[in-house]
Every structure is written in structure tokens, then in C-alpha cells.
Design a protein around this ligand. Structure first.
Ligand code: HEM
Length: 357
């Protein structure tokens, strides 16, 4: 999917170049968080829905509204059963969900089902994420009554998860990495040197991107200091001991990722400083604990989009570094805010300069 990622990124960069030209070719202020939000939607829509990209985008608009409603109500006290009452709030949410399910996603999936290409008995629904899920769910069965692995509703739920999990997180990873590279100019220079040496002005493939070790170390440090996922929750499935704490069955536990990622006990006295070289010998040797970094979670429920997100971040950063230098705008106000993901409350205004000017 790197080609799709590259072509979406190139459209964004072309637009930036036009803006700079209109501004007499010197320097342009760009609101990066908004740019990266749009770019990651563009990429996930192309990756998930391929040619049905425009319809996929409509699903996204509704999802975005649902996500905002969830974020606004995340601190509300929930009265058990109240989610089933026809309040104005619930009616609005049900209507948005119906719009996604009935009008858009169902239409995309049905048209794939009608146009499937039979190849030696294995249906082929396309090589985007939706096509892969549909292919998997209709070949074989894992249910007692012989139904397909996933039914229509489950396929739709998977699509919604990809949107929810797959764009805002990566947009904020890119935003915070750009913030750090604007603040630490020497690191911006070092990364540009590596990218130009290894890739020139070419658009790199996954193999080449994965070899950019220094870029990877900067991304790891950005994930440590400003990881988009702030915490995870788990529910104890039986009474258990956690260290010397007794956790009763059914207790919901919150795991504060940011607190763990900046704990001096694991990371040392410089835990709050930006020091990508701490990852020189790999993630497991970066701290006094073998699993100190878990921005994508760990274990069986670890993020399935981790490689996708890291590849996307490397691709976008490499393409920007090849073409622009950048600094923080004096308008920037540092206010990381918890809104389901960690976001800059007042955005990230950046001054972009085309290289060589
Ligand atoms: C920087 C980017 C990303 C971060 C920081 C991130 C973080 C996470 C975390 C912490 C979890 C585990 C949540 C939990 O266990 O409670 C998770 C799960 C998940 N992520 Fe990501 N994610 C990112 C990008 C993506 C992308 C690009 C996709 C899809 C293309 C994706 C799809 C998923 C899915 C489907 C799950 C649920 C997996 C399961 O429960 O089995 N994520 N992610």
C-alpha cells in the first residue's frame, strides 16, 4: 500500500508548494495538525476502500462526528440502561449510525459482492482492506452452522474500527514528530541528511523506509513522549494479584501509557528529555525494563495497524524532509490535550520553507 500512501502525500505536498509559490516562494505558515488529519483520512480511505474511496470518505465524515460525540461525553456519568432511552442525544447517534450502515457501507459492500471475480473458486473482492476482509470472511467458516466467518454487520464494524483506529492516531503521531523536529533543528538536519543520502529525491518503498534507522528512533521517541494513545483499559476476568495489589473480578483497570513512558524509574533522570539515541540498541534495551514502550499496546490485543502506521509516518516524514525545512510559528501555544488521543489543543502552526531558498 506504500504507492497509495505516497500518492496521497504527494498531493498534499504539491498543494503546499503551490501555496508557497503564491506567497512569493519564501515561507508559508501551515496548520499541520489539520493537514495531517486530512492526509491520514485520505490514506486510510484509499487503503480501506480503494476505488470506492469517495463513498468511503462519506463514512468517515459521519464517523468523525460520532467520535466527537464520544469524546464530549467521555467524562459523563452513565446511568445503566440510559443508552437505550430515546433521548435527543441517543436519537442523533442512532441516526448517524444508520446513515453509515444502511446508506453508505452497505452500498459499498453490496457492490463488491455483485462484482466479485471468481478465481479457481476463491472469490476476489479487491486488494484493499475491505476486499481482504471480505475475501477472508467468505472463504471457509468458523461457525457451527456453517455461516461465513464474518456477517455483513461484522464486516461493517471492522470498517468502522479501521477508520476510528487508523487515522487520528497516525495524524497525531505525525503532528508531534513535526513539532519535535521543529524544536530540535539539529535532529531535523540529521534526518534530512540520512533521507537524502539513502533515498535521494526518490519515493521510497517499504524496504528502504524500514532501513532508515535514525528516522525510526525519532519516531519511537515521539511515541514515548507524545504517544497518541494516552491510556488503555482492561477488565479483570477473575480475582488476581497485580504486584502487591489484589484486583477483584470485574474491576476496570486503566493503564496510563504516558506515565509509564516518562517514568524515571524505567527511563532514568532524562526521562522527560527528547533523546532519540536512547533507542540506538533497540527498544528493549532503551530502558531498565524489557517492555517499557507500549504505544501500540502489547500482547494479543496489540495494534494490528502498527506496521501500517509506522510505514505511513516514515513515508510522510521522508517526503517532507526531502522538500522543505520547517520551524515552529511564533503563534504556537504548547498545550497537549487529551481528547481520546493526545492532540495539540491550539493546533501546530509551522513555517515551511522550500529547500534551497
Ligand atoms: C500511531 C498510530 C497508532 C497508535 C498509537 C495505535 C495504538 C493502538 C493501541 C494502543 C491499541 C490497543 C488498544 C487496547 O488494547 O485497548 C490499538 C488497537 C488497534 N489498532 Fe491501532 N494504533 C495506531 C494506528 C493504527 C492503524 C493505522 C490502524 C489500522 C489501519 C489501527 C488499527 C487498530 C485496530 C483494529 C486495533 C484493535 C486490535 C484488537 O483489539 O485486536 N491502528 N491501536
Amino acid at each position: 500500500m506504500t504507492k497509495r500512501m505516497a500518492s496521497c502525500t504527494l498531493s498534499m505536498i504539491d498543494r503546499w508548494q503551490d501555496l508557497v509559490i503564491q506567497d512569493k516562494g519564501q515561507c508559508k505558515e501551515i496548520e499541520m495538525n489539520i493537514e495531517f488529519q486530512e492526509l491520514t483520512v485520505d490514506i486510510i480511505c484509499h487503503a480501506a476502500f480503494g476505488s470506492s474511496f469517495n463513498e468511503g470518505r462519506e463514512v468517515f465524515e459521519v464517523q468523525k462526528e460520532l467520535q466527537k460525540l464520544a469524546s464530549d461525553s467521555s467524562t459523563d456519568i452513565i446511568i445503566p440502561g440510559s443508552q437505550y432511552l430515546p433521548t435527543r442525544w441517543n436519537l442523533h447517534i442512532w441516526k448517524l449510525n444508520r446513515r453509515i450502515m444502511r446508506n453508505t457501507l452497505a452500498h459499498i459492500i453490496e457492490s463488491r459482492l455483485n462484482s466479485k471475480d471468481e478465481n479457481y473458486g476463491n472469490p476476489n473482492y479487491g486488494n484493499d482492506l475491505l476486499g481482504l476482509i471480505m475475501g477472508m470472511s467468505t472463504t471457509g467458516s468458523n461457525r457451527k452452522n456453517g455461516d461465513p466467518k464474518l456477517n455483513m454487520k461484522e464486516i461493517m464494524d471492522e470498517c468502522k474500527t479501521f477508520f476510528f483506529a487508523g487515522h487520528d492516531t497516525t495524524a497525531n503521531l505525525l503532528t508531534w514528530t513535526m513539532f519535535l523536529l521543529s524544536l530540535y533543528q539539529e535532529w531535523q538536519e540529521r534526518l534530512r541528511e540520512v533521507v537524502l543520502r539513502e533515498c535521494g529525491m526518490e519515493i521510497s518503498d517499504a524496504d528502504k523506509l524500514n532501513k532508515l534507522k535514525l528516522v525510526n528512533m525519532v519516531i519511537m521517541e515521539a511515541l514515548r513522549l507524545y504517544g497518541p494513545a494516552i491510556y488503555m483499559t482492561r477488565k479483570a476476568s477473575s480475582d488476581m494479584m497485580l504486584g502487591n495489589l489484589m484486583i477483584p473480578n470485574g474491576t476496570v483497570i486503566t493503564i496510563p501509557l504516558q506515565v509509564i513512558h516518562t517514568n524515571k524509574k524505567y527511563w532514568g533522570e532524562d526521562a522527560n528529555e527528547f533523546k532519540p539515541l536512547r533507542f540506538t540498541d533497540g527498544v528493549s534495551r532503551a530502558a531498565k525494563h524489557p517492555n517499557p514502550l507500549m504505544p501500540f499496546s502489547l500482547g494479543p490485543r496489540t495494534c494490528i495497524g502498527q506496521n501500517f502506521a509506522l510505514l505511513e509516518a516514515k513515508m510522510v516524514l521522508a517526503m517532507i524532509l526531502q522538500r522543505f525545512s520547517f520551524t515552529l510559528s511564533p503563534q504556537y501555544k504548547h498545550a497537549p490535550a487529551e481528547k481520546l488521543t493526545l492532540q495539540p489543543e491550539f493546533g501546530l502552526p509551522i513555517h515551511l520553507r522550500p529547500l534551497g531558498v
